[in-house]
Design a protein. Structure first.
Length: 389
C-alpha cells in the first residue's frame, strides 16, 4: 500500500473508539425517516468537534446536514461522503445505517487530515430518510450536490461488493369504489369493490410471468371491506413496481395500471390510483470508480463476493443521475441472514460489524484519495457518468 494511503488508514485506526461510539449512539437511539433529530444533532456536533464546519437543515431538509473541513477553502474537485442514519419502525437499525454514518464520518475525518498538497476537497453530507423518504432526492433537487463531483458511501450487507445493481421503484395506492348492499337480501344490487381488488391482484399475479426477471411487483390490501354481510363498497391497496431501468420500470407500471383498469371494468367498480412520492431510479453505476473502490477493498484484505442477483432500491439511484455515485457494501452477516431484521441490527454491534465499519471508512477514504489525486481517474469517472443509461 502506498505510504499516504497507509497514513490515512492509520488515521482511521486512531478514530476507532470514536467511530464505534457514533454507531452505538445511533443504535441506541433509532429514529425513522425525517425524524432523525437526535442523530442529526449528534453527528453534526461530532464533526464540529473534529475540525469541521457543520450546518444543519441543509437544503431545507430539517434533519439533513453538511460538514466541510473548516480550514480548507471550498473548491473542486470535491468528493462527497454520504451518511445515512434513519432507522426502521420495529427493528431499529435493522438496515445498519448506524454503520453507514460512522464509516462516512471516519472516511471524511481521516481524509481531511491528509489533504495537504492535494487539490480539491471533500464534504460529508448527512442524508436522511433513505428508507422510503428519499432524502438524497430532496437534497439533490435543492442543488446541494451541484458543487460536488463524486459521491460514495458503504452499506453493511451479506456481501462484500464494490457496487450493486438496484431497482427503480414506483409506489402507488389504488382504491376501488363499489356499491354497498345486503350480501344476502340484495347482492345483485351491489358492486363489489373487494372483487375488483382481488381481480386486480390476480391480474398482477398473471402479469408476473410475462415480465423480465429484472422486475418485481408486490403489494398488500390495506382495506378489504367492512363486514361480511355487506357487499364491500370500498377497498384500498398499496403496490410497488420495480425494475432495473427507468424505461422498463415505467413500462411495467403501465401494464400494472391496465390490471387495475381491467378489474374495474370486469366488476363495474370505479378506481383511483395515486402515485406515491418519491419515485426511485435504478442506480447508474460508475465502473471506473467501483474499480478503484474494489482495489482498495482488496488492499485491505476484503475478498469481494460475486453478485448474488438479489436487489433492492435506494434514493442513491436518483442521486447517481446527478453525479457519479457508488454504493459498495461490506458483509457483517452470513448470506442467509435477512436484512431489515433485529439480527441484522445486532450484527452492527458485533466484532464483525465493527471490523466492517473501520474497513469501510478506510476504503472510502482511500477511494476519495484516489479521486482527488488522479486526473485520469476523474476523467474516466466523468466519461462513464456521461454515457447513456
Ligand atoms: Zn439501507
Amino acid at each position: 500500500m502506498e505510504p499516504s494511503k497507509a497514513r490515512i488508514c492509520a488515521e482511521v485506526d486512531t478514530l476507532a473508539r470514536d467511530l464505534y461510539a457514533v454507531s452505538e449512539f445511533l443504535y441506541h437511539n433509532p429514529e425513522i425517516g425525517y425524524q432523525e433529530f437526535k442523530a442529526c444533532e449528534f453527528l453534526s456536533r461530532f464533526m464540529a468537534e473534529h475540525g469541521f464546519k457543520a450546518e444543519k437543515g441543509t437544503g431545507g431538509v430539517q434533519t439533513a446536514f453538511l460538514a466541510r473541513p473548516a480550514q480548507r477553502p471550498q473548491g473542486r474537485p470535491c468528493v462527497a461522503f454520504l451518511a445515512e442514519y434513519d432507522a426502521l419502525p420495529g427493528v431499529g437499525h435493522g438496515c445498519g445505517h448506524n454503520l453507514i454514518a460512522a464509516a462516512s464520518l471516519g472516511a471524511a475525518l481521516a481524509l481531511s487530515r491528509h489533504l495537504n498538497g492535494l487539490t480539491g476537497t471533500l464534504a460529508l453530507v448527512g442524508t436522511p430518510a433513505e428508507e422510503g423518504g428519499g432524502g438524497k432526492i430532496l437534497l439533490a433537487e435543492a442543488g446541494i450536490f451541484s458543487e460536488m463531483d463524486a459521491a460514495m458511501m458503504c452499506h453493511p450487507s451479506r456481501l462484500n461488493r464494490p457496487g450493486e445493481e438496484m431497482f427503480g421503484r414506483v409506489k402507488f395506492k389504488v382504491e376501488f369504489f363499489g356499491q354497498a348492499s345486503h350480501a344476502s337480501v340484495s347482492p345483485d344490487r351491489g358492486v363489489n369493490a373487494l372483487d375488483a381488488m382481488v381481480a386486480a391482484y390476480n391480474n398482477i399475479s398473471m402479469l408476473r410471468q410475462q415480465v423480465r426477471p429484472d422486475a418485481r411487483i408486490h403489494g398488500i390490501i390495506t382495506h378489504g371491506g367492512d363486514a361480511p354481510n355487506i357487499i364491500p363498497q370500498y377497498t384500498a391497496g398499496l403496490f410497488y413496481v420495480r425494475a432495473a431501468t427507468r424505461k422498463y420500470r415505467d413500462e411495467v407500471y403501465q401494464k400494472v395500471e391496465k390490471c387495475m383498469e381491467a378489474a374495474a371494468v370486469a366488476t363495474g367498480a370505479a378506481y383511483k390510483i395515486e402515485i406515491g412520492q418519491p419515485t426511485f431510479d435504478p442506480i447508474k453505476r460508475n465502473p471506473p470508480l467501483e474499480t478503484a473502490a474494489r482495489a482498495n477493498m482488496e488492499a485491505l484484505g476484503i475478498s469481494v463476493d460475486p453478485d448474488d442477483g438479489r436487489r433492492g432500491s435506494s434514493d442513491i439511484g436518483n442521486l447517481s443521475f446527478y453525479l457519479p455515485a457508488i454504493h459498495p457494501s461490506t458483509a457483517i452477516v452470513d448470506p442467509e441472514v435477512p436484512g431489515h431484521s433485529k439480527i441484522f441490527a445486532e450484527a452492527t454491534m458485533s466484532p464483525r460489524g465493527k471490523d466492517a465499519l473501520l474497513k469501510a471508512a478506510k476504503f472510502l477514504a482511500m477511494t476519495g484519495y484516489d479521486y482527488l489525486t488522479s486526473a485520469d481517474l476523474r476523467e474516466r469517472v466523468r466519461e462513464a457518468f456521461e454515457q447513456k443509461e
